[in-house]
Design a protein around this ligand. Structure first.
Ligand SMILES: Cc1ncc(C[n+]2csc(CCOP(=O)(O)OP(=O)(O)O)c2C)c(N)n1
Ligand SMILES: [Mg+2]
Length: 321
């Protein structure tokens, strides 16, 4: 692996990976204590390296849609942690509908469709608009192994290839779509072979190795930004928790989760940086304390926002009935 990555970038990746993990844990803490406005919680623990490595390769106004369960990683794209937590626990709604951080064009975030994969058109459309406006903005559009099978996603890819648009498509294969193993949906050894059928390059990467993802994404982003057109990256990772908290997970083979905890991207990267002499125990403790403090303050501020009433929510999202 090319290790020309500057030390500041390596340490920024570590801090962001840790921050993502702690935000996910904070969401769980608030949810468990009954503080969330949502009846369910989809967690992304164990998959954070993918979104964090992507964001480190993007400019502020590049378009980015992470895999839906990884939306809390959007702090690495510039959103405030307070806004993310407020949105997640439904304390913050905006005029245009939905939770505020889902729609933030300033940061290239154009929303998530509740109908998974239906949003592919928005993001490919944004890439077309960037091309027509002759900006150097690109789009990174990610779905899980499940939503990547939607017709809307295939159509958007076909259009992006035909128009040579600056889009990096990604599949974040966490091995499950609800209770369906991805092996039961894909009849190929290497999922990135699917790229050939679209007429674009594709490659697979270990989604739990943040530096490997960083380098692969960097290459494809550069290609897209310089007019090379779309490509596909498949990041192989694992959903360490259930589809939602409370999922009985009867579909998992025994011992599988334990095996994947051993590949957890956070301790793995921490060890790498320690072996490289870039991180000491004292650094780890200091960064942990700083991150925890930042998240606790953000959570306090988010929880202080009054929860919108049902009537206000309907009025804000739908308008006067
Ligand atoms: C069109 C549509 N069908 C079904 C659902 C319900 N649903 C929510 S998440 C999910 C699983 C998606 O799997 P995947 O894309 O692999 O993402 P993961 O949950 O693994 O992060 C499903 C089926 C939905 N939101 N939209
Ligand atoms: Mg999945």
């Amino acid at each position: 692996m090319n290790m020309d990555i500057p030390k500041e970038t390596l340490l920024m990746l570590y801090r962001n990976l840790l921050t993502a993990r702690r935000i996910d844990e904070k969401h769980y803490e608030i949810y468990s204590a009954g503080g969330s406005g949502m009846p369910w919680l989809h967690r992304g623990i164990g998959q954070e390296a993918v979104s964090i490595a992507i964001c480190a390769n993007l400019k502020k106004d590049d378009y980015f849609k992470p895999c839906f369960r990884m939306r809390f990683c959007l702090f690495a794209k510039g959103l405030s942690i307070k806004d993310i937590i407020a949105s997640e626990i439904v304390r913050d709604i905006i005029k245009d509908g939905g939770n505020s951080f889902y729609l933030n064009p300033e940061y290239g975030i154009l929303g998530f469709s509740g109908s998974g994969g239906e949003d592919a058109g928005f993001y490919v459309g944004a890439a077309l608009s960037a091309k027509m406006r002759k900006t150097d903005q690109i789009t990174v559009y990610v779905n899980g192994d499940g939503f990547s099978n939607r017709g809307s996603v295939h159509e958007a890819i076909v259009a992006a290839v035909a128009l040579n648009l600056p889009v990096v498509f990604m599949i974040e294969n966490n091995q499950y779509a609800m209770g369906t193993r991805s092996q039961n949906s894909y009849k190929m050894d290497d999922l990135s072979d699917r790229a050939k059928g679209y007429g674009m390059p594709g490659e697979s990467v270990d989604g739990n190795d943040i530096l490997a993802i960083y380098e692969v994404v960097k290459k494809h982003v550069k290609r897209a930004r310089s007019g090379g057109g779309p490509s596909l990256i498949v990041a192989e990772t694992y959903r360490l928790r259930g589809h939602f908290e409370g999922d009985p997970q009867i579909y998992r083979p025994k011992g599988e989760v334990e095996e994947w905890w051993k590949k957890d991207p956070l301790p793995r990267y921490q060890k790498k940086l320690m072996d490289m002499g870039l991180l000491t125990d004292a650094d780890i403790n200091r960064i942990e304390a700083e991150v925890k403090n930042e998240i606790n303050e953000a959570a306090e501020a988010a929880l202080a926002i009054p929860r919108p009433s049902y009537e206000d929510h309907v009025k804000t999202v739908i308008g006067d009935l």
